[in-house]
Design a protein around this ligand. Structure first.
Ligand SMILES: NC(=O)c1ccc[n+]([C@@H]2O[C@H](COP(=O)([O-])OP(=O)(O)OC[C@H]3O[C@@H](n4cnc5c(N)ncnc54)[C@H](O)[C@@H]3O)[C@@H](O)[C@H]2O)c1
Ligand SMILES: O=P(O)(O)OC[C@H](O)CO
Length: 334
């Protein structure tokens, strides 16, 4: 069976390796011809994983049509702000039944739309559109270190299709029908990881990090419930699981952006230029704000991250303001 993967960054490459290890032929779309050349000739993505040998079952190309040719399903693994453009391009090459798994984490700027809704507007047939999320740093998954994730979809058949394509002894995949919950958890945890990075960068300790993580989970839960998702999803792999790994892992770009860039007055553009990698939380703190206003949900940590990253608020002063709000019950808004 052939599966297509759109995006040969860290996560697209790691997922292509998982699929190929499971016996699939993988068509991998990459933007840069030199990445395609290295993958096909040397079985390496020299830009992201120079030390990892990729399966010979992965064939890269810069053509959507060639990537999709005879594929039974497609994984979209580009940064979330590119999803609409990718969906529009895919509309020319996928039929109305092709299962689509979105592996990006974020929400659309300006509209606040979540990935499945964006893709549905471009491709139609929501039941064949699923999302993947969980505590999954590409650096560990590509090495076959034990990890788990959730495939969420309104259709159990689509969820099971992708679960079975991805699951193996070291990559457990669970299914869920709470797409909105899983999508919001994915967008949220990146924002909180920036907050935790800033907190460590300011010299605060583990108590502060734990407070931000758990209060971040409370914000996440309020938003998930307000948008029609299930609070329990926030306790699962896409919620608490991904929150913990993104806030605490040395691999997390979001945390590192907060700790090493934001507290030193360095920008998102600086991070992306230095690392060639995305920091999804920097955009999500703005897009979640759109949703929060629409649903009347209180998101104090998210709003603080937005003020620091986009409005030049001083991190230490912003942290003090965060602690100066009226005292209330722990699970207000739920
Ligand atoms: N890296 C991880 O561990 C990981 C794990 C789970 C989910 N994700 C999610 O997967 C998505 C992709 O992240 P990543 O880590 O693979 O990316 P990355 O940061 O490793 O690399 C960015 C990717 O985006 C591509 N890109 C940049 N501009 C582009 C454009 N204009 N058109 C097409 N492609 C463009 C780059 O070529 C590169 O492939 C993100 O939403 C991220 O949150 C990442
Ligand atoms: O490195 P980050 O911060 O983009 O996080 C990557 C993954 O989403 C972790 O599950």
């Amino acid at each position: 069976m052939k599966i297509a993967v759109i995006g040969a960054g860290s996560w697209g490459t790691a997922l292509a390796q998982v699929l190929a290890t499971n016996g699939a032929n993988v068509g991998l779309w990459a933007r840069k011809p030199e990445v395609v050349k290295a993958i096909n000739a040397e079985h390496r993505n020299t830009r992201y994983f120079p030390d990892e040998e990729l399966s010979a079952g992965i064939v890269a190309t810069t053509s959507y049509r060639d990537t999709l040719l005879r594929a039974r399903g497609v994984l979209v693994v580009t940064p979330s702000h590119l999803l609409r453009g990718v969906g529009r391009a895919l509309a020319d090459v996928v039929d109305a039944e092709m299962p689509v798994l979105i592996c990006s984490k974020g929400a659309e700027a300006d509209t606040g739309l979540l990935p499945v809704a964006v893709m549905e507007q471009e491709l139609g047939n929501r039941d064949r559109i699923a999302v993947l999320s969980g505590p999954n740093h590409a650096e560990e998954v590509i090495k076959g270190q034990p990890s788990a994730s959730v495939v969420a979809c309104s259709s159990p058949e689509t969820a099971v299709f992708f679960r079975d394509a991805l699951a193996n002894d070291t990559f457990r995949a669970y299914t869920s029908d709470d797409t909105v919950g899983v999508e919001l958890c994915a967008a949220f945890k990146n924002v909180i990881a920036i907050a935790v990075g800033v907190s460590y960068g300011l010299g605060f300790g583990d108590n502060t990090a734990a407070m931000l993580i758990t209060r971040g989970l409370a914000e996440m839960s309020r938003m998930v419930v307000a948008c029609g998702g299930e609070a329990l999803t926030c306790m699962g792999l896409a919620g608490a699981g991904d929150m913990v790994v993104t806030c605490m892992s040395r691999h997390s770009r979001n945390r590192r952006f907060g700790e090493e860039y934001v507290v030193r007055g360095r920008t998102l553009a600086d991070f992306e230029a230095d690392n060639h990698m995305v920091v999804e939380g920097a955009l999500a703190c703005k897009t979640l704000d759109v949703l929060a206003r629409e649903h009347g949900v209180d998101l104090p940590i998210t709003d603080t991250v937005r003020a620091i990253v986009w409005e030049g608020a001083d991190p230490r002063e912003a942290a003090l303001l965060l602690g100066d709000r009226p005292l209330t019950t722990e699970f207000y808004g739920l």
